[in-house]
Design a protein around this ligand. Structure first.
Ligand code: NOJ
Length: 554
């Protein structure tokens, strides 16, 4: 790789941090997080070392799906602040070298969006064709609704319209009709608006559903990938260095097509949902093989694109790509109670509680995620090891207020606790035990460790750009990979199990080896040109190996 390209194609090696403004910091004491609060805490993100902030939806919304049900694409929810505050935030982030990407939720609107109100009001409304209407649902089979707990169909009859409308998500989230050029023009206008306000790209919600052709009139000629290319082209014309991060939960061979053709002309970043699920299976089994196999099977991303890696996100941890037996294994290990599971396919807990608060295992999991080839994405609170609050229904259990201090409401808000929409957890993961302020003062804390490892990751672009090779070093519980850079290779080794072991990695004679995480004595290879690595329970090491003959590019 070369550094010029690294800054140009910044998304290839960024570290992304996702947060919901509403739960990050309440700047005015009304119980709701807001942009003023986030601006005040931008230094926390700067110090953590992340360089891209992904904001979950902050638009006006009735909040029946936590903001993923939008009533106005061109405004900020007044509870969270104003457009003026938004621009201040973007500038504050940029001043710290942090890019800002925002959720673009255009598969559907809220049913209270003025477009839908107008659309349902009359067949002659100019917005009628903004949505997908049918006198009768088309002949089956129909796709399954994404929220099977609440909806048993994707077609709901609307009394006012006298027709059925399509909704892949909740019934209050009618799908936009992407086949309508006026809808596509609106989507571009929305993206253009926020680009003009300084954002660096978008996390695109529910991409396969957005491009789905189910229910569209017979003979509709729609090439989904062409639509993505058009959107990408538009965004590139408006602002060349912006990135599109896609939420596409599909098997690897279908997923990879959303990058487009070399060097990548559709989405620059794709969450690797399959890898995430096999990573969890590997952690559950204390066996690296599911992860090894998934990484070997992962199709290469085109030159200007990148896989996005994560452990947990704001939704349930979906395990839908595993077999039923595999899913049950992960449930048994990490979500044994029914109340911890959701939709029969996912887990509504955060990582530290899933791992029983075992700090060594937690660090191993994050070291692994942060060393995998791709762009790491963190969810707020992961840096301090926050847990969930299972008293909060559904997926919201992991979206509790950020825990800043041991004070009331975890320092998130000065409001009465009863004024908060979601309460902080009690017990082992309460703010008394887990908070930023205490961890800041403790050099051995998870937060201090995260800062160190995230910085290291950013100093190690080989992990993003290098050719990756999965190494088999013997024990099944050891996952090892090598990322080959131009002038040095980076090797990371992780023990997913509790059995200590020694493994040996062959290296070139005369190479210089640097321990990237522990940085104590300089490791050397033995006379047999093998680097011996001792790993305790859940041990992990990262090394840079510079062969003597390999020179830095001029
Ligand atoms: C995916 C989002 O991550 C989720 O939270 C939301 O409910 C659906 N898309 C619908 O927008």
């Amino acid at each position: 790789m070369n550094r010029d390209r690294d800054s140009d194609l910044w998304w290839k090696s960024a570290v992304i941090y996702c947060l919901d403004v509403e739960t990050f910091l309440d700047g005015d004491g009304d119980g709701v997080g807001d942009l003023r609060g986030l601006i005040e805490r931008i230094h926390h993100l700067d110090r953590l070392g992340v360089n891209c902030l992904w904001l979950m939806p902050f638009y006006p919304s009735p909040n029946h799906d936590d903001g993923y049900d939008i009533t106005d694409y061109y405004a900020v929810d007044p509870r969270l602040g104003s457009l003026g505050d938004f621009v201040v935030l973007v500038r504050a982030a940029k001043a710290c070298g942090i890019k800002v990407i925002i959720d673009l939720v255009v598969n559907h609107t809220s049913d209270r969006h003025p477009w839908f109100r107008s659309s349902r009001s009359s067949p002659t409304s100019p917005f009628r064709d903004f949505y997908v209407w049918r006198d009768e649902p088309p002949p089956g089979p129909h796709p399954e609704n994404v929220f099977p707990d609440a909806e048993d169909t994707v077609w709901t009859y609307d009394e006012r319209a006298g027709q059925y409308y399509l909704h892949h998500f909740y019934a209050h989230q009618p799908d936009l009709n992407i086949a309508n050029p006026a809808v596509r023009a609106e989507i571009e206008k929305v993206a253009g608006f926020w680009l003009q306000l300084g954002v660096d790209g978008f996390r695109i919600d529910a991409v396969p559903f957005l491009l789905e052709t189910h229910g569209l009139p017979e003979g509709t000629d729609l090439d989904p990938h062409l639509l993505l290319k058009e959107l990408r082209g538009y965004i590139a014309r408006r602002q060349g260095a912006s990135a599109l991060l896609g939420e596409v939960n599909l098997p690897p061979d279908e997923l990879v097509t959303y990058f487009g053709d070399e060097p990548g002309d559709q989405l620059q970043l794709l969450f690797d949902f399959p890898l995430n699920q096999y990573l969890w299976l590997a952690i559950a089994r204390c066996d690296a093989r599911p992860l090894r196999d998934a990484l070997v099977a992962r199709p290469p991303a085109p030159a200007e694109s990148q896989w996005a890696n994560f452990l947990r996100n704001h939704d349930e941890l979906t395990l839908d790509k595993l077999t039923e037996a595999e899913r049950e294994e992960v449930f048994a290990a990490f979500a044994p109670d029914d109340d911890m599971q959701l939709f029969g396919r996912g887990i509504r807990r955060r990582l530290p509680s899933m791992l029983g608060g075992d700090e060594a295992r937690i660090r191993m999991a994050y070291s692994l995620m942060l060393s995998l080839p791709g762009t790491p994405v963190l969810f707020y609170g992961e840096e301090i090891g926050m847990g969930e609050n299972l008293d909060i229904p559904g997926r919201q259990s992991v979206r509790t207020p950020m825990q800043w201090s041991p004070e009331r409401n975890g320092g998130f808000s000065t409001a009465r606790p009863s004024a908060l929409r979601r309460k902080v957890p009690e017990g082992r993961f309460s703010p008394l035990a887990v908070n930023v302020a205490d961890q800041r003062r403790d050099g051995g804390s998870l937060l201090a460790w995260m800062e160190h490892v995230i910085r290291r990751r950013r100093e190690t672009p080989e992990l993003s750009w290098g050719e990756c090779e999965v190494l088999d070093l013997g024990p099944d519980h050891v996952f090892a990979h090598l990322c080959a850079g131009d002038d040095r290779d980076v090797i990371a080794v992780h023990n997913l199990g509790t059995v200590p072991c020694e493994v040996a990695v062959p290296v070139e004679p005369g190479c210089t080896i640097v321990d990237l995480l522990q940085g104590d004595a300089q490791p050397t290879a033995g006379e047999d040109h093998r680097l011996r690595i001792t790993l305790g329970a859940y041990g992990y090491r990262w090394f840079a190996v510079q062969p003597s003959g390999r020179h830095r590019a001029p």
